[in-house]
Ligand binder design. Sequence first.
Ligand code: DGP
Length: 112
Amino acid sequence: MNCIFCNIVSKKVPAKLVYEDSKILAFHDVNPVVSVHILIIPKKHIESAMHLKKEDEQLIGYIFLKIKDIAKNFGCDNGYRIVNNCGKDGGQTVNHLHFHLLGGNSLSWPPG
Ligand code: DGP
């Protein structure tokens, strides 16, 4: 399996890291769409949110709590958006579960 995000986890591919621990990695998106655009991924390869299993339940809660800390560190005090594109129809282009943390400015809704 050749997964770009697994290659970032294993450091075969460089990325601007924001946070790392034994379970997750956070790094700047290569194509930021807002001033704060960070991707948070589990180190474990999970293809998408559609592929989550019961055993992943705690991991997802863990990720959301870390996103909260990362957003605080990046000054997103007035709020931010967490996006998960899931599957082809959801616009997912990298098939390794990831959450976009978008912030740094006021975001429109629905997204334009
Ligand atoms: P999605 O559409 O949700 O699958 O978004 C995938 C995101 O991943 C997209 O915003 C661009 C980003 N991305 C793809 N390849 C790389 C890479 O090699 N490095 C980094 N830092 N980001 C990447």
